[in-house]
Design a protein around this ligand. Structure first.
Ligand code: ZN
Length: 162
């Protein structure tokens, strides 16, 4: 029944964040987001943590959704987590993605180890799209955006557990 079928070709991995797509404007990000981008520039993944109940939250918000506190700290987290969910995009909707032939690319929801449900949207690099899987363990690393090196983006690499 499989006669004549070829094994599925393996697509090339992403080697860096997408180019030519919108980036945060660091001059205009609200105060309650700034700590995240200051962290990435230091090579640290900092996540907002409520000073009253300890809940981590991402994306950043001014108020804790659990206890309504306005007090928070930027806590450095390990950067370890796993792929919670993902999509592989093969159709280039954005013109910059088409022009620079950046497909296929992945968008992964990474769940961080510090807290159940604490997730960050990013890319997994150096792994072929066909090899990305749910629960794959990953580790953060940081890359300056090609279009604006002032913006340093958190991206993830496969990190097999020992
Ligand atoms: Zn709280």
């Amino acid at each position: 029944m499989t006669q004549g079928r070829q094994p599925a070709a393996t697509s090339r991995p992403m080697t860096g964040p997408l180019e030519g797509v919108p980036l945060p404007d660091l001059e205009r990000v609200p105060d309650y987001e700034r700590g995240f981008w200051e962290g990435t520039r230091q090579g640290e993944l900092r996540i907002q943590q409520c000073s009253d109940c300890g809940l981590f939250r991402h994306l950043p918000t001014p108020m804790c959704p659990e206890c309504s506190s306005l007090d928070y700290a930027w806590t450095r987290v390990s950067g370890r987590g796993f792929v919670y969910s993902y999509v592989i995009v093969r159709h280039p909707v954005h013109p910059a993605i088409r022009e620079k032939e950046q497909t296929p690319y992945n968008i992964c929801m990474i769940e961080l180890e510090e807290q159940e449900g604490l997730r960050i949207c990013s890319n997994v690099l150096q792994v072929s799209p066909e090899d990305i899987s749910i629960e794959m363990p990953v580790q953060v690393t940081f890359m300056p955006a090609v279009d604006n090196p002032e913006v340093v983006l958190p991206v993830f690499l496969h990190a097999p557990e020992e």
